[in-house]
Design a protein around this ligand. Structure first.
Ligand SMILES: [Zn+2]
Length: 263
């Protein structure tokens, strides 16, 4: 286990918010919520993507759903910027597939050998941790979908994104919102609160602060409407259904999508 300082304001002082799965989730006076201490390394192997009872059990089955969701996001991004796109934490490549169809030239970074292996035949995917990749090119758009909560150093990642973006480049982040009514209602049972692998819990305010500190301005913050399967939807309420059901569009009240521009 490793003890960490606040990633937003560097303070070592924080107060206990939750204990879950044997981990302490703490809150800094600046508003940042994070796991402390945390595991030194997290293994994103095949097991991770297929883990029983987790949202990832249907990971590969849900590719079509994900593509539908990413299409909505890419349509939004297209209004702001076109060109070269980098997807950080590209998983099995659904966003790369959709954005390529929409006319972007695409590249992905993925720490999991299993996931990157799945799509590396089709796309240019670097199998490394984002902070270790050395880029000798620039991008117009960087996307981080459900990535930043896994990052060991979000602030460092955002500064790195700034450096690899062209002038007025766009960064899109989707992550949980710990200040949402759903998160408050569920407390330590919030499905997104998964301290073994989700290390950082942002609110609109703390994400805005970190983005501004790393050289971005907010373009817009959107509520996250996603297509989900009925089965995964029930899992949010700790119900495990054996059958595979239908899919539907639902507003996920504890997720947010943030569009930011490099300044
Ligand atoms: Zn802080």
């Amino acid at each position: 286990m490793v003890e960490v300082k606040c990633n937003l304001c560097n303070s070592s002082f924080n107060s206990l918010k939750y204990v879950k799965d044997g981990f302490r989730v703490v809150k800094c006076a600046c508003g940042m919520v994070f796991v402390n201490p945390r595991l030194r390394e997290i293994k994103y192997d095949e097991e991770y993507f297929k883990r029983k009872g987790s949202i990832y059990e249907d990971y590969l089955d849900e590719r079509e759903l994900k593509k539908k969701n990413f299409k909505k996001i890419i349509n939004e991004i297209k209004k702001l910027k076109i060109g070269r796109l980098l997807d950080v934490g590209c998983g099995t490549g659904e966003l790369l597939e959709v954005s390529k169809e929409k006319g972007y030239s695409v590249k992905g970074v993925e720490i999991s050998e299993f996931a990157s292996g799945y799509c590396s035949g089709k796309f240019d995917v670097i199998n490394e941790s984002f902070d270790e990749v050395e880029f000798n090119e620039k991008f117009d758009v960087v996307t981080m979908m459900d990535y930043i909560e896994h990052s060991k150093d979000p602030f460092n990642d955002l500064r790195k994104v700034k450096n690899i973006l062209n002038e007025n480049g766009i960064l899109v982040i989707s992550t949980g919102d710990i200040n949402s009514w759903f998160s408050k209602l569920m407390g330590r049972n919030w499905n997104f609160l998964n301290p073994e692998e989700h290390l950082y819990y942002f609110s609109e305010k703390s994400l805005r602060k970190m983005l501004e500190k790393s050289g971005f301005e907010i373009v817009k913050i959107k509520k996250d409407f996603r297509y989900v399967s009925f089965r995964n939807f029930l899992r949010y309420f700790k119900i495990n259904l054996k059958m595979k059901g239908f899919n539907f569009l639902v507003w996920l009240p504890s997720m947010m999508v943030v569009f930011a521009r490099k300044v």
